[in-house]
Design a protein around this ligand. Structure first.
Ligand SMILES: Cc1cc2nc3c(=O)[nH]c(=O)nc-3n(C[C@H](O)[C@H](O)[C@H](O)COP(=O)(O)OP(=O)(O)OC[C@H]3O[C@@H](n4cnc5c(N)ncnc54)[C@H](O)[C@@H]3O)c2cc1C
Length: 419
């Protein structure tokens, strides 16, 4: 049996490992267009910061491919799939045959159109090791850096840049940073925290125009202000990298569509990781969950299925662990609001913030800032759908948030005072 995996990251490597567990003799080939050995993508900001060396980001051993008899091809892009002939074409013109194909192509950066940005040499994205190295090679201590996008990737880029240049400004159109995982109170806490280290977060604002000839020199903002900019990082978001799957005839909408064995609509072709649409088991929605553990889990399911074994995938949910300038953030599940039928409990004491979201007697999501010590317990409650009334302690007692006047609670939770 010939197994071909496109993408050598969380999903691809997890699948390769799993295939080898089940099939000791099959031929496994992993292709990546990157010129690096598999590395922990979340670590690229630490490399930029100088905290971690590139070689320490590798998450498979030097001998992993040899030990597992896996053919590893790096620096080559798969440009098309012929699902009828069961072969793929690489960008050097060569072809590879397969019996089972895994598409684990991850994400591509979304670059929003900003007037006059085209062709400027000091604009970067921040999604892979090559971009981290490119930013590192360009930035100097006299520079003013601007990051467009205050999400996870933007904030990590800002942290990485902070030690390297004169100033770092983050522009985030939403009313808070990390808007998909934090509420207003938590987002504002994080903004205040990163400001202590010199990073300015301008929320509710973004760049509408780039000023400069060959390079960005300044930015005109939506608010009308103009700020200096010597290096610009576009970190507005990512999009699933579905081009190859589409070329193979796989059904794609927001991402690649797969069944619970990670098989696409085309027989023999599987997909896993950031490029697929995942069923969210907590709120029943189908969306992209672009997170490392999710990609690993899906790669495992796909790898098993490719060998004819079953590890059915029920779906996933978002879980984020972030550390910005030593302040820990742990979030999981849904950030539901009371108007959507969730019960919400918030406590805030000093540097610690805790928000729990419950429905039908079950914990559906949490947000912890500062003290994240019980995160594992809460995750288990979510994952195993443990009825909260069967528990003693925190969830049995009157939640402290009930003691806070509703208007204040609403402000804490939604960033506004209820009418
Ligand atoms: C800065 C940053 C910080 C992050 N922090 C966190 C975090 O704290 N926690 C967390 O859970 N997640 C985090 N993530 C997200 C996490 O890295 C991704 O969810 C994860 O890497 C997805 O794995 P994947 O295997 O699906 O795809 P990817 O890691 O995107 O890998 C896909 C690979 O496929 C290759 N490829 C694509 N197309 C082709 C082709 N046609 N031919 C050959 N090769 C191809 C790509 O070059 C790439 O190497 C972070 C991401 C970034 C960028």
């Amino acid at each position: 049996m010939k197994y071909l995996i496109v993408g050598a990251s969380a999903a691809g490597i997890s699948a390769a490992r799993t295939i080898r567990t089940y099939d000791k003799a099959g031929e496994i080939t992993v292709v990546t267009e990157e010129n690096y050995k598999p590395y922990g993508r979340p670590l690229i900001s630490y490399v930029l910061k100088g905290k971690v060396k590139i070689e320490n980001t590798n998450y498979v051993s030097e001998s992993f491919f040899d030990d597992n008899n896996i053919n590893f091809i790096s620096g080559k892009k798969v440009v098309s799939v012929d699902s009828g002939a069961k072969s793929v074409k690489l960008d050097d013109g060569s072809t590879l045959d397969y019996d089972k194909l895994l598409i684990a192509t991850g994400s591509v950066p979304f670059v929003p159109p900003v007037e006059n940005a085209e062709g400027k040499s000091n604009i970067y994205t921040f999604l892979d090791m090559a971009s981290s190295e490119a930013v590192n090679g360009y930035v100097t201590p006299e520079m003013n850096a601007v990051v467009i996008g205050g999400g996870l990737i933007g904030m990590k880029a800002a942290e990485g840049l902070n030690a390297k240049c004169k100033s770092v400004t983050v522009l985030e159109l939403a009313d808070r940073i990390l808007p998909t995982i934090l509420d207003k109170t938590a987002g504002d806490m994080m903004s205040a925290h990163v400001l202590e280290s010199g990073i300015v977060c301008r929320t509710g604002d973004t760049a509408v125009r780039v000023n400069g000839e060959d390079k960005v020199e300044s930015l005109t903002l939506k608010s009308g202000d103009t700020i200096p900019c010597d290096i610009l990082i576009m970190a507005v978001g990512v999009r699933p990298n579905t081009a190859l799957a589409a070329s193979a005839g796989c059904e794609v909408n927001r991402g690649i569509l797969v069944d619970n064995k990670m098989q696409t609509s085309v027989e023999g072709i599987y997909a896993a990781g950031d490029c697929v649409v995942t069923h969210n088991i907590l709120d029943g929605s189908d969306k992209i969950i672009a997170l490392w553990p999710n990609a690993v889990e899906q790669g495992k399911v796909a790898g098993a299925a490719m060998t004819g074994n079953e590890l059915p995938y029920e779906g996933g949910y978002a879980m984020n662990a972030i550390d910005l300038f030593d302040l820990h953030v742990l979030t999981a599940g849904v950030m539901g609001a009371e108007e959507d039928g969730y019960e919400v409990s918030v406590t805030c004491d000093g540097g610690n913030y805790r928000r729990f979201c419950m429905k039908d007697g079950l914990l559906k999501g949490y947000m912890l800032i500062g003290d994240i010590s019980r995160g594992g317990v809460y995750t288990t409650l979510i994952k195993r759908a443990v009825p909260l009334d069967s528990l003693a302690g925190e969830f049995k007692e009157t939640p402290e948030y009930m003691l806070i006047p509703k208007a204040v609670r609403d402000e804490m939770i939604y960033g506004r005072v209820a009418e």
